[in-house]
Design a protein around this ligand. Structure first.
Ligand SMILES: Nc1ncnc2c1ncn2[C@@H]1O[C@H](COP(=O)(O)OP(=O)(O)OP(=O)(O)O)[C@@H](O)[C@H]1O
Length: 233
C-alpha cells in the first residue's frame, strides 16, 4: 500500500528525514514512533504531499505521490498534525463540504453515523472556530474516514480526546483494518502503538532505526518502552 524508497527531507543542515526505506502493506495498522523532533511529522507531510522530499520516492497504491499528488489525495484520508477545520463553517457544513468534494451520494447517513459514534451531534451547528479542540479532532476523524478510503494517514490520532473517545477511536481503527483498510499513524505514545498497531517503525534523528511487527522477535518479552529507549538513547 505504501512504499517509501530512500526518502530524505533536509532543512538546511538538519536531516529531518534521512534515507528512509519503508513498506506498509494493505490491512496493516502501522504506527510510526519516535521521540520529539525525530521526523514523524515530516514523514507524514511527505507521504501526504504537503511538502516535497529532498530526495527519494513514495508510491501509494501504485501511484507516485510526487508525480500525481492529486490522485493520491483522492484516494487517501488525511489528518495532518494539529489540523483545524475551516473556522467559517459549522461542523455539519464542513462534513457536507468534504462529502461533496469526495463525490459521496449517501453522505447524510454517513455524517449522521459519525455524529452519533463520536457523540458530537449536539455541536453540528456550531462554527468550527467555536468547537472544543477535542470536538475538532472528532470532526477531522470523521472527514478523513467519510469516503471509506483504502488508506488513512493520521498524525497523532488520539490528540485532545478524552479516554472514552480514545477507546472508541482505537476500536474503530482496529475494526477498519480488520475489514481490509490500511491505517498509518504517527504517535509518541508507546501504549497506543502497543495496543492497536500491527506493525511499527521507530524513527530517531531522521533515521528509521526499526521496522517490523509488534511481536517481532527483536522486541522479545521486553516492555516496548525498554526496546524503544535502547534504540533512541
Ligand atoms: N519547516 C521546517 N523548517 C525547518 N526545520 C523543520 C521544519 N519542519 C520540521 N523541521 C525540523 O525537522 C526535525 C523533525 O521535525 P518533526 O516535526 O518531523 O518531528 P516529530 O517527530 O514530528 O516531532 P514531535 O513529536 O515533537 O511532533 C526537527 O528538528 C524540526 O525542527
Amino acid at each position: 500500500m505504501i512504499t517509501v524508497k530512500d526518502l530524505s527531507k533536509h532543512f538546511g543542515d538538519n536531516k529531518a528525514v534521512d534515507t528512509v526505506n519503508l513498506e506498509v502493506r494493505k490491512g496493516e495498522l502501522f504506527g510510526l514512533l519516535g521521540p520529539n523532533g525525530s521526523g514523524k511529522t515530516t514523514m507524514i507531510k511527505m507521504l501526504t504531499g504537503q511538502i516535497r522530499p529532498t530526495a527519494g520516492e513514495i508510491i501509494i497504491h501504485g501511484i507516485n505521490v510526487l508525480e500525481e499528488p492529486l490522485r493520491v489525495k483522492e484516494l487517501v484520508g488525511i489528518i495532518p498534525e494539529q489540523e483545524t477545520p475551516p473556522s467559517f463553517l459549522t461542523a455539519e457544513e464542513y462534513l457536507y463540504f468534504v462529502a461533496k468534494i469526495r463525490k459521496l451520494e449517501d453522505f447524510e447517513e454517513k455524517c449522521e453515523w459519525w455524529f452519533s459514534y463520536l457523540d458530537f451531534a449536539g455541536q453540528r451547528d456550531v462554527l468550527c472556530k467555536d468547537l472544543s479542540r477535542g470536538t475538532r479532532q472528532k470532526l477531522m476523524l470523521a472527514q478523513a474516514f467519510l469516503h471509506e478510503p483504502e488508506l488513512v494517514i493520521i498524525d497523532e490520532p488520539l490528540i485532545n480526546l478524552d479516554p472514552l473517545m480514545q477507546r472508541k477511536v482505537k476500536d474503530f481503527l482496529k475494526d477498519y483494518v480488520g475489514k481490509g483498510g490500511t491505517v498509518f499513524i504517527s504517535t509518541h505514545i508507546l501504549e497506543i502503538a502497543r495496543e492497536i498497531c500491527s506493525c511499527m517503525g521507530i524513527i530517531y534523528k531522521g533515521n528509521l532505526v526499526f521496522s517490523g511487527i509488534m511481536d517481532d522477535p527483536a522486541i522479545g518479552e521486553r516492555p516496548l518502552e525498554d526496546f524503544f529507549l535502547e534504540l533512541v538513547n
